[in-house]
Structures are given as C-alpha cells and as structure tokens.
Design a protein around this ligand. Structure first.
Ligand code: GRF
Length: 221
C-alpha cells in the first residue's frame, strides 16, 4: 500500500534526475506528485522539464539573499506554500542550513554521484578517477548538517573502465541515478524507509528498508 507523497524538488542544473522522477510518476511506478520545482539558477534545464510536465516552478536566486539562512527561509516558504512534504535535492548545488533542515526534519533526500562516504562534495567522478577506484556509483541519502554525510538509504555501483574519462564515468553513474532515486522515493511512499537512531554500537543513525534485502553494491529491489 503506497500513499501519494508530495515532493518539492530542488535543482540547479539540467534536471535529468527530476526527469526520471517525472517519468516514473507518469509510468505509474512512483506514487508521488511534484508540487514544485525550485531552482536557484534562472537558466536551469530542470525548469524546462518541470514546465513541460505541467509542474509549477520557482526561481529563487541565492545571489539575491544576504546569506544562506535568508535564502533557505525563502525556499522553505515556497515549498510550504506548495504543500511539499518531502524535499528532493536533484542536482542542487547549495549547502542547506539548519533553517531548512529544521523545517523538514529527516524529510530531505539527496542523490550524490559517488559511493559515499568516498568522494563527497563536488567533482566526485574526477576524485574517483584520480584515486584509481575500480568501482564507482551513486548514493541516495538523507541530508544532515554535513556535506553528503547523512544516513544512506541505497547505493548502486558501476565499474570504472580503463578508458574512462570524467564524462564517460559521469554518464554511467547518471544512468544508475535515474533508476535509484525514483526507487527510493517509492520505498518512501510505501512507508518502508525507517531511520534507526544511533545504537550503542553505532555513532550514527542508520536506515533500514523494510522488506528489502540488504545489499552492498547494488540497490535492493
Ligand atoms: C547528478 O549527478 C547528481 O547526483 C548530482 O548532481 C547531478 C545532477 O544531474 N547531485 P541532473 O541535473 O539531475 O541531470
């Protein structure tokens, strides 16, 4: 049994992950509604994708705000006005403050193009190639106060091939992102995602997905 969850999607770029969400909704594999797409960059391709799908958009330029908290407060106000229950960072290139995280506690999901905790921050694919890893991938996680440090929900892996450059690796990872993010959102809609507080043996919150086998390299189905 799944409920239709109401999403606010934040994006700064081309919005292919947003498109994956919109496509999954259209195909009936994701029980969600995108209430609004917020971009901090006026030219973000994500805005066109939203408009093409009939989804409301808002441009909130961070450069017009005195500081991060003021910007975050404006984005929170927009999301609340649109009724967003969950927030998805789909290529949103801003670090969120507690103003935002306190408004949506454990309700903000990010997709990152690396197997966290390796290679957080920007240029993850470049970092992975420079390090010489043989397996790369993507991570969907809850957002906390750190940069790409929040509790991990799911990960998907791809090989790093000998001739890879940053762009070829980026594309291989991206195609897995487009599978993983809608899948995790559907788990959320099905109320299968449970955040377990830190136990005696673990210093951090961890996520359990009910009814899914735990998996190291590939997201559970
Ligand atoms: C993706 O690689 C995502 O993991 C990262 O930013 C990129 C956004 O791509 N956070 P797109 O805008 O969804 O195409």
């Amino acid at each position: 049994m799944a409920f239709v969850i109401t999403l606010g999607v934040l994006a700064s770029g081309s919005g292919t992950n947003l498109q994956a969400i919109l496509d999954a909704i259209a195909h009936g594999t994701l029980d969600a509604r995108v209430a609004v797409v917020v971009a901090n960059v006026p030219g973000a391709g994500a805005l066109d994708r939203a408009r093409n799908a009939g989804v409301p958009t808002a441009v909130i330029e961070h450069t017009r705000y005195a500081d991060r908290k003021a910007f975050d407060a404006a984005v929170v106000a927009e999301l609340r006005a649109r009724g967003a229950e969950w927030v998805v960072l789909a290529g949103f290139m801003r670090v969120l403050t507690e103003i935002f995280l306190d408004a949506f506690p454990m309700r903000v999901i990010n997709i990152h193009p690396a197997l966290l905790p390796a290679f957080p921050g920007v240029h993850s694919q470049r970092q992975a190639l420079a390090y010489g890893v043989r397996i790369a991938g993507c991570t969907v996680h809850f957002v906390d106060r750190g940069t790409d440090t929040g509790p991990i929900v799911a990960q998907a892996a791809v090989p790093v091939l000998p001739d890879d450059d940053e762009e070829s690796l980026r594309q291989r990872i991206l195609s897995r992102e487009h599978e993983l993010l809608p899948r995790v959102l559907q788990w959320i809609a099905e109320e299968r995602v449970v955040v377990e507080p830190p136990g005696a043996d673990a210093g951090r919150a961890r996520v359990r997905v009910r009814g899914a086998a735990t998996s190291v390299l590939v997201a559970p189905t």
